[in-house]
Design a protein around this ligand. Structure first.
Ligand code: PLP
Length: 571
């Protein structure tokens, strides 16, 4: 017997339907399908899918810190405490954590705000990091990754209706957790644009513009900053942070500082400054008034332990009654995962000089951070050698967000498919090369500009393949544009092969892929939409493009550019 569903797409929570999360969107779903197809033996122009879409370090081959895993193993299975292969400092650390757990077991719930001893360790870490600025463990909340803390804080902030509805300022480009959470909570998203021309800097006049405009239709209540930036990879200067704090104070905004990449700083002359430290250095006028929540996580930096879902937030100057509500809110969900809390404890309190695990810990941490620094530089350098692409320095975090030129014809074709041009670009890149990127539109970008986000996490050899493929695609695109310019000269209605146009050479030893097919096909299909070609555009596509062709045997005249690009296969 069939019965109409109680919960349907028409009567479900409309705010959930508005949620979008590009980092795991359609591109990634297709990447997973492609992986399955490859494993089933299906032929593809590539041997493997390279996922550069998500900041998931271990999935990209980064190795965990041995000491962290030893302590976690000991906590999970205390019988190992008698195993002589585990170092003594790992054992004593595991015992300390277990003593804070109910029943000496990581399987028990903890206090909702997090295990006391871990919060104390977090407070000491923050105090050390910030050159002695005091930190009260009572202001620390352990969280299920930083995401949980960010969403919890947004929940506290959202209220009002109509033009009094709470607005939250977020950077564009942004990490899509923010837009997704705001959509779900029905809050108003207020966009402020980072300045791409000045290395994605955050300009106060732009913040002012955004807040002034927003006051006409909502009640701006909070300002979110990601530093170092995702997806843009910039590291904010101390001066900039100070200016932002002044702005927040003037406009009466609650500050949310997402600092999950605080150890991921690579560029010379750049340094991480925490909002908390700068706030306290600005004196009591600010340090005693400006409300701030800052977030950290076990998922990034040199740890990359995303799966443990560890994190913390520190709140400053929060009203006592609101703090009580916050504590109540987190208690409804009982507690963050205890293994994640244990891991957070190790991150903020790693092996110390003189302890048996210290040297190896430093070696492993340095190796991971140096490799990331090297890959950040390599990414910027390679991408900037390509015409049609410009890439700001990857000063920090784990991503580059290069700007790409997409020709008008491709923009039109994407529009016909109902896709954003950069989604179209990334989908083609995936199908032809197996490289999984995220389109810039998933993060927000200035109208008329196109980007993609790629992580710098793949191992260096894979990153090199990835960059070469991206480079080749762009070179072919450039060639395509050149040919479009030449078309009016050569298009006399007769077949005129142009065989002398130089084509990019593959570097010696590089694996031959057929990823160039995309632009060959694109050239083929876009060229045939030229209005002075006989017949309608759709007819021409049908006749001339293998993609659209229903009856490939039809005799047709070939467009002049095609033979040129076919010849690229032989070079
Ligand atoms: C800027 C930023 N904030 C927060 C998060 C969420 O991290 P977590 O795994 O700690 O929830 C991420 C994850 O990529 C991020 O890039």
């Amino acid at each position: 017997m069939s019965r109409a569903k109680v919960l349907t797409i028409d009567n479900m929570n409309p705010t959930v339907k508005k949620v979008e999360y590009a980092v795991r969107g359609p591109i990634v779903q297709r990447a997973v399908e492609l992986e399955r197809e490859l494993s089933e033996g299906m032929k593809k122009p590539f041997a493997e899918v390279i996922k550069a879409n998500i900041g998931d370090a271990h999935a990209m081959g980064q190795q965990p810190i041995t000491f962290f895993r030893q302590v976690l193993a000991l906590c999970s299975y205390p019988e190992l405490l008698s195993d002589s292969t585990f170092p003594e400092d790992a054992k004593s650390r595991a015992c300390r954590i277990l003593q804070s757990c109910g029943g000496f077991s990581m399987g028990s719930y903890s206090a909702s705000q997090g295990i006391d001893s871990v919060r104390q360790d977090v407070a000491q870490y923050i105090q050390r990091r910030d050159g002695g600025v005091p930190c009260d463990p009572d202001n620390i909340y352990l969280t299920t990754g930083a995401s949980d803390g960010i969403v919890t804080m947004l929940k506290l902030l959202v209220c009002g209706e109509g033009t009094s509805r709470a607005g939250v300022m977020i950077s564009i480009p942004q990490y899509p957790l923010y837009s997704a959470a705001l959509a779900e909570l029905g809050a108003v998203q207020i966009n402020y644009y980072l300045n791409e021309e000045a290395c994605w800097s955050l300009d106060i006049p732009e913040l002012q513009r955004a807040v002034n405009e927003a006051r006409r239709y909502c009640n701006p209540r909070a300002l979110c900053i990601i530093n170092p930036g995702n997806p843009t990879g910039q590291v904010q200067s101390r001066q900039c942070i100070e200016d932002v704090i002044r702005f927040a104070a003037k406009e009466r905004l609650f500050l949310m500082a997402d600092e999950v990449y605080q150890d991921n700083v690579y560029a010379d002359g750049c340094q991480f400054h925490s909002f908390k430290k700068v706030l306290f250095e600005m004196g009591p006028e600010y340090s005693e008034t400006v409300e701030l929540a800052s977030f950290h996580s076990t998922s990034k930096c040199y740890m990359g332990e995303c799966g443990f879902r560890g994190g913390y937030m520190e709140i400053i100057n929060m009203d006592d009654d609101v703090k009580a509500q916050l504590t109540k809110l987190v208690s409804v969900r009982l507690c963050p995962p205890v293994p994640g809390q244990a891991l957070m404890d190790l991150v903020v309190n790693p092996p110390q000089p003189g302890e048996p695990s210290y040297n190896n810990f430093i070696k492993e941490r340095t190796a991971t951070l140096s490799a990331l620094a090297e890959k950040a530089k390599l990414t910027e350098q390679v991408l900037n050698t390509v015409e049609g692409i410009s890439c700001n320095p990857v000063q920090g975090a784990m991503y580059s967000f290069p700007r790409i030129t997409i020709p008008e014809k491709a923009v039109q074709e994407a529009a016909e498919k109902g896709q954003a041009p950069d989604m179209f670009y990334c989908m083609k890149m995936l199908e032809e090369t197996g490289i999984c990127l995220v389109p810039g539109s998933g993060f927000g970008q200035k109208d008329g500009t196109y980007h993609f986000r790629m992580t710098i996490l793949p191992p260096k050899d894979k990153l090199q393949i990835l960059l070469n493929n991206v480079k080749d695609e762009l070179l072919l695109l450039l060639l395509f544009l050149l040919l479009l310019l030449l078309l009016p000269l050569h298009h006399t209605g007769k077949y005129q092969p142009i065989r002398t146009v130089p084509l990019p050479r593959r570097s010696p030893g590089r694996r031959r892929t057929s990823h160039t097919r995309w632009w060959r096909r694109s050239v083929f299909s876009f060229a045939n939409t030229k209005p002075n070609w006989n017949g309608s555009q759709e007819e021409d596509k049908e006749k001339l493009s293998p993609r659209w062709s229903q009856s490939k045997k039809k005799k047709t005249r070939r467009f002049p550019v095609f033979p040129v690009l076919v010849s690229s296969q032989r070079m």
